[in-house]
Write a protein that binds this ligand. Structure first.
Ligand SMILES: C[S@@+](CC[C@H](N)C(=O)[O-])C[C@H]1O[C@@H](n2cnc3c(N)ncnc32)[C@H](O)[C@@H]1O
Length: 441
């Protein structure tokens, strides 16, 4: 496929995310599947991720260069322009090639009428890029490439660390693996990786975690098909350890899909009776596929955690993992479209729902049971605040998360009600964990 065709595809993907509010997870895979060459796929992926990662900055740049905003019928041109600007500002592609191929991509998208316009905008950036970027830096959303509301929220919640969080959000996340204890040990898997010419480094925090020196397609991972490893962030791998499942216990994974944590619990403690629930049937199918690849067993149910009557048999659970839907502001490195898709109002909506879900699952927990509340958010409104409100509504509940083993790690912060990991360059994603114990039993 020609370089211009890949750019046209990238422009289309960015337009569907930025203008139509679709998620990258939904739009990118089919676009990648249409490309047969691995190099084209890598190029498409890096252009889409890059353009969306820096979109707030690239949009400001465009504003500076355009006399008036683009009309809604020119949405595709916006997608193409930001992909072109991303390449010129952030990639090693020579400017003349980026310009030529973006212009050619406009022809492929049947916008021959706009080729002069695209050429003029990108050439102006080629001539005046340094001054324009300096001008963009005057606004925080341009300098940090985040929407202003999110900068304000992160700064308010993390007055010491906000700049390094924003910086980490703009970097590419490393690829973390979780070695399947039932099939291998971390040491033997590291040897296997070395034998395949790949660099891997053990995690200091997650006992099964390995960071790859360089990201590779999952199919190229030694032993992936045989279930020796899975891809899972280092921070996400802490959940199964914090849950502390024991043989014979009845466990509910209440928001389970795609099943990363479900499978980790079963790998570490195959003797549990695990119920995996998710509201989305297609996502629950991913749980099934992961269980099959790893040769693990769980009972699967498609249902709403808020309506247990439709899926619960009435037997209380000894432990509940509650990995609630959230703003996902801790995983922006991996999902840069969150910067575009989320609004400040969404966060309040998530927080209200999280409180409701906490209340509902509390009734499903056996006396003496343990609930682990998890988000991939770094906003206190979805973390300590709903837990604090829950504790006020349920004075019988006890904080129950012990983390002595991780106490000295500087990448993990202890908060009033839980533990927060923050996204870091080259490190883990941002997760929040709070353990709540039920008296009795
Ligand atoms: C953060 S993801 C879970 C990730 C998963 N625990 C893992 O480690 O792979 C949240 C999940 O909650 C599910 N969900 C959202 N609302 C739900 C509800 N009311 N009842 C059950 N599941 C729900 C979503 O479909 C989504 O799969």
């Amino acid at each position: 496929m020609s370089a211009a065709q890949v750019r046209a595809a990238a422009g289309r993907v960015v337009t569907r995310v930025a203008a139509e509010g679709r998620s990258l997870n939904e739009i990118l895979p089919p676009a990648l599947a249409r490309l047969s060459d691995q190099r084209d796929r890598s190029l498409l992926q890096s252009m889409c991720y890059g353009a969306l990662r820096f979109l707030p900055r690239l949009d400001l740049l465009l504003q500076l260069m355009l006399d008036r905003p683009l009309r809604s019928r020119d949405r595709q041109l916006h997608g193409l322009l930001v992909v072109g600007l991303y390449q010129m500002a952030y990639s090693a592609t020579p400017a003349h090639a980026a310009i030529q191929e973006t212009v050619q991509a406009a022809r492929l998208l049947r916008r021959k009428d706009a080729t002069g316009f695209i050429n003029a905008v990108l050439r102006r950036f080629q001539r005046e890029g340094d001054a324009l970027l300096q001008e963009t830096d005057r606004q925080e959303s341009g300098r940090y490439a985040h929407p202003q509301w999110l900068i304000d929220r992160i700064r308010a919640d993390w007055p010491e660390a906000w700049e390094s969080i924003l910086d980490a959000n703009n970097s590419q996340a490393p690829m973390w693996l979780r070695v399947n204890r039932r099939a291998s040990s971390r040491e033997s898997y590291l040897e296997m990786l070395a034998g395949a010419g790949r660099d891997g480094y053990p995690s200091a925090l997650a006992p099964e975690g390995v960071r790859l020196g360089e990201a590779i397609p999952v199919q190229a991972l030694p032993g992936f098909g045989e279930g020796l490893v899975s891809v899972q962030d280092e921070g996400a791998q802490l959940a199964a350890h914090f849950l502390r499942p024991r043989e014979g216990e009845r466990i509910l994974d209440a928001c389970a899909a795609p099943g990363g944590k479900t499978c980790h619990i079963l790998e570490n403690c195959p003797g549990v009776d695990l119920q995996a629930l998710d509201i989305s049937a297609p996502r629950l199918e991913q749980v099934r596929e992961n269980l099959t690849r790893l040769n693990l067993q769980a009972a699967l149910a498609c249902g709403d955690v808020l309506e247990p009557a439709s899926w619960w048999d009435g037997r209380p659970f000894d432990r509940i993992l509650l990995d609630v839907p959230c703003s996902a502001t801790g995983v922006i490195r991996r999902h840069p479209d969150i910067k575009v898709l989320r609004t400040e109002g969404d966060v309040a909506g998530f927080a209200a729902r999280q409180g409701e879900i906490l209340d509902r699952v509390w009734g499903l927990l056996a006396p003496g049971g343990f609930l682990l509340y998890v988000t991939c958010s770094i906003l206190k409104q979805e973390n300590d605040e709903p837990v604090q409100a829950f504790m006020e509504r349920h004075p019988e509940a006890k904080p129950g998360l012990k983390f002595d083993r991780l106490g000295s790690a500087d990448s993990i912060l202890q908060s009033r009600w839980g533990i927060q990991t923050l996204p870091q360059r080259g490190g883990m994603d941002g997760f929040y964990f709070s353990g709540i114990g039920k008296p009795g039993g």
